[in-house]
Design a protein around this ligand. Structure first.
Ligand code: MV4
Length: 453
């Protein structure tokens, strides 16, 4: 097992990794920017090293600074958390060449899954259900017209280097293919330094459902079931749950089986998330794979009782899957996570500053992952996620009641938070009935505006 690891992250996820280290008897080294001197990840780590000024480009994203800290602290491994350097294949490669284990899949797999159209090709070849689409990159706008005819309108043009919806265009009319292709190409080139595009059949009103996987170094890959992530605004998830009301045990088994076989064949190791769209016929189609631990991993932990971050550390150290999991993966009850952001709940404008009052909710079935505290300061430089409120109940109805009361008992004063928005979502009749897809939040917010006007 590792003796000491460096955590190349901040905020709640850095604390989450520290929890796993403490329980496994591993020493944790924090890195921090000048804005994070008083952060809890610095306080709870065994050692902490300041790596630079507040902007991420000069601190948490500065690979030479992170590697130097790892070398000075003499760590065995680096956990990248999510965001920041977590899906940077070059960083993973630099770690390995410096003799430091990168806690994640091999760099080649990070690179493969980062090229969305290559990931699609690899997963399709192995039998993962796929939407009709272009075979590979479309080099010219004229070829895009041919593909749109073959696939059938409406289609969606996507950036191969993409993510977060940038470089994406929906096309409904043939005459729009060329101009929208050119617009997507320019946007992708500007955003990612790579204008490569591919095309897929458009799924109208999709649900976003993702599967959690874990792999060991001996070819064993297991699926831990799905998370329903359709409640999103501008590609930022607001609330996630598990299980999905739309996934039957049979579907969960079938997709899980396909994923373990496919990812084992690709040599996948450590934690990963496979994203699918579900259409109105309840069929699932692969869209992309994330090679990191995700923000919403606690909902899977709550229903499976598997500690995913501990599992990451054990698997990266070479433990076998059967030693990491305590028997077969069982799904019990229902979990919901609300992402609490330091934002105005009506305008979504970030709200940095000092927290004056902080009262965390507790009680049966309630988990709070946060690095926030009373008198603590939320700096303006980073992601606005400040807490993840997660509940488990015996069923979806109990989880919803429990989340509502936990939100009522969560007090944060001094900054704006999205707590009031979550209270309203939990009270929505369509949400409560499980009647929603990725277009839910837009209608929900429009209703709210009308009510106020
Ligand atoms: C799609 C789609 C419909 N059809 N692909 C958006 C981000 C990117 N990761 C994938 N996305 C989508 N891909 C096909 N073929 C609709 C979306 C989409 C979406 C997906 C998941 C969650 C929220 C979304 C919001 C708008 C569009």
């Amino acid at each position: 097992m590792f003796r000491k690891i460096l955590i190349a992250n901040r905020g709640e996820i850095a604390l989450r990794v520290i929890c796993a280290c403490k329980e496994l008897g591993i020493r944790a080294v924090a890195i921090y920017s000048e804005a994070d001197r008083n952060s809890l990840h610095v306080r709870f780590a065994d050692e902490a090293i300041c790596i630079g000024p507040p902007p991420t480009a000069k601190s948490y994203l500065n690979i030479p600074a992170v590697i130097s800290a790892a070398e000075i602290a003499n760590v065995d491994a680096i956990h990248p958390g999510y965001g920041l350097l977590s899906e940077n294949a070059n960083f993973a490669e630099v770690c390995e060449t410096s003799g430091i284990k990168f806690i994640g899949p091999p760099p080649e797999l990070i690179r493969l899954m980062g090229e969305k159209e290559k990931a699609r090709g690899a997963m399709k070849k192995a039998g993962v259900p796929m939407l009709p689409g272009s075979d590979g990159i479309i080099a010219l706008a004229e070829e895009a017209v041919e593909w749109a005819r073959t696939i059938g309108l409406p289609v969606i043009i996507k950036a191969s280097a993409g993510g977060g919806g940038r470089g994406m265009r929906i096309v409904r009319k043939e005459e729009d293919v060329i101009p929208l292709f050119k617009a997507a190409e320019a946007e992708a080139a500007a955003a990612f330094g790579n204008g490569s595009l591919y095309m897929e059949k458009l799924v109208e009103h999709p649900r976003h459902i993702e599967f959690q996987v874990l792999g060991d170094m001996y070819g064993n890959v297991v699926s831990l079931g799905e998370r329903e992530c359709s409640i999103q605004r501008r590609h930022q998830k607001l609330l996630e749950e598990s299980p999905s009301t739309q996934v039957t045990p049979e579907l969960r088994e079938r997709i899980g089986g396909i994923l373990s076989k496919t990812l084992s064949g690709l040599g996948y190791t450590n934690a990963g998330t496979v994203e699918f769209l579900m259409d109105e016929k309840r069929d699932l189609y692969f869209i992309e794979m994330n090679t990191r631990i995700q923000v919403e991993h606690p909902v899977t932990e709550m229903v499976t009782d598997v500690d995913l971050v501990k599992s990451q550390l054990l698997l990266a150290a070479g433990e076998r899957m059967e030693a990491v999991l305590n028997g077969p993966v069982i799904h019990r009850g229902h979990a919901i996570e609300c992402r609490i952001n330091a934002e105005n709940p009506d305008t979504f404008v970030p709200s940095a500053g000092k927290i004056k009052t902080f009262h965390p909710p507790g009680g049966t079935g309630v988990r709070l992952d946060t690095a926030a505290y009373a008198e603590g300061v939320i700096p303006p430089y980073y992601d606005s996620l400040i807490a993840k409120l997660v509940v488990r109940g015996k069923d979806r109805s109990e989880a919803i009641s429990r989340m509502s009361r936990a939100l009522d008992m969560f007090i944060i004063e001094g900054i704006f938070t999205t707590i009031p928005l979550h209270k309203r979502i939990l009270a929505d009749p369509d949400f409560r009935a499980g009647r929603f897809d990725t277009t839910f939040i837009e209608r929900f917010l429009a209703k709210g505006k009308e009510a106020k006007a």
